[in-house]
Structures are given as structure tokens and as C-alpha cells.
Design a protein around this ligand. Sequence first.
Ligand code: ITT
Length: 189
Amino acid sequence: MELIFLTTNKNKVKEIKDLADAESKNVRIEHLEYDYPELQLEEIEAVAEESAKYVKEKIAIKKAFFIEDSGLFIRALNGFPGPFSAYVFNKIGNAGILKLMADKKGEERKATFKTVVAFCESVKTAPILFVGIAEGKIAEKERGERGFGYDPIFEFEEAGKTFAEMSRAEKSEVSHRGRAFRKLLNYIS
Ligand code: ITT
């Protein structure tokens, strides 16, 4: 089965393609570079669902497809940047987040990474959502050279490593995206 993944983020594509190869012999991912507007809704579930609906209306897609929206939710900041993660990353980056967190200690540094995959079997069917979550904390400083985006400041609780200190396979094993995408693969199979 061929699945089209619409995203502008090449790092997401690498992770998803590797995951598909590792988990399933029957699913092939085809990347379609398509820049749909970043909706500023309060829940990323709604962002993913509405984005999938938007895409269906805008372009003719002949195969099953999915998009995904991800966000970093920081406890001490009441869930910020959450659905605004892309905007905030572009504006203030990891250095800006670390500054906002400078006086936060212990439990206050807890954070959740969340991915919502919105899958449409065809342009005629409603999106089905698959959610994946990873729990961790905001590191005191950036650590690691791998990954992308917020990876250097997101320390995965159980490993004591930031996602940027993990290989792609190690990250995908436990990440928000890995968990959401494996749910989609299970659903398909
Ligand atoms: P598309 O919407 O085109 O898929 P995007 O990069 O805008 O690409 P998101 O809105 O889902 O994707 O991402 C929100 C932000 O969170 C963005 O700055 C990403 O770089 C970052 N991000 C997403 N997944 C991440 C991950 O696994 N590790 C670190 N940062 C991530």
C-alpha cells in the first residue's frame, strides 16, 4: 500500500519513512511537499483534522494520504507553545524557550510532545486521528546534535537523554511521532 505524506518538514519525512520500513513490508511512503496554512486552533487534534479537510478540498489526491501536526506542551507555561509550536520555534527558537524556563525547577520543567496524525483513506472519507505522546522535561541547556526542532531541549524522561542525543531509530521507538504513526500502521494492517 502506498501512503502519501503531505508536509513541508523533511525531518518528519525521514522519520516516517524509516519507521514504515522498519515496521511494515507492505507500506510505502510517498512524500508530497505541500504547504497548507498553519491553523491557529487551541487543540492540535483540531488542527490536524481541519488541515486534512483543507487539503482534500484544495488538491486532487488519488491515494490514501495523511498529514500530521505536532506540538510541545510545557507544564510551567500552561501548555505553551502547544499548537503554536512552529510559530514560536521560528520566532524565538530553543534559546528563547530556555530563557522563558530559566527560573523553573523540577516538576515545572515537565513537558509533553504530542503528534496527531490525520489519515484519509481517500478524498471521500473523513479524517481518522491517531495520537502519540512522549513525556519528558525541558533540559537546562541544549544537548545533542541529532534530530531537529525542539529535540535538543526535550529530555525523554526514561532515557535521561534529549531526543537530539538519540539516533533516529532510538527516538522513533519512544517518540510522539513513532507512537502515533505505529497506531496508523496497526489500523491499516
Ligand atoms: P508541516 O506542518 O508542514 O508538517 P511543520 O514543521 O510546520 O511542518 P508542525 O507544525 O507539526 O510541523 O511542527 C511544530 C513545530 O514543532 C516545528 O517547529 C517543528 O520543527 C517542531 N517539531 C515537530 N516535531 C518535532 C520533533 O519530533 N522533535 C522536535 N521538534 C519537532
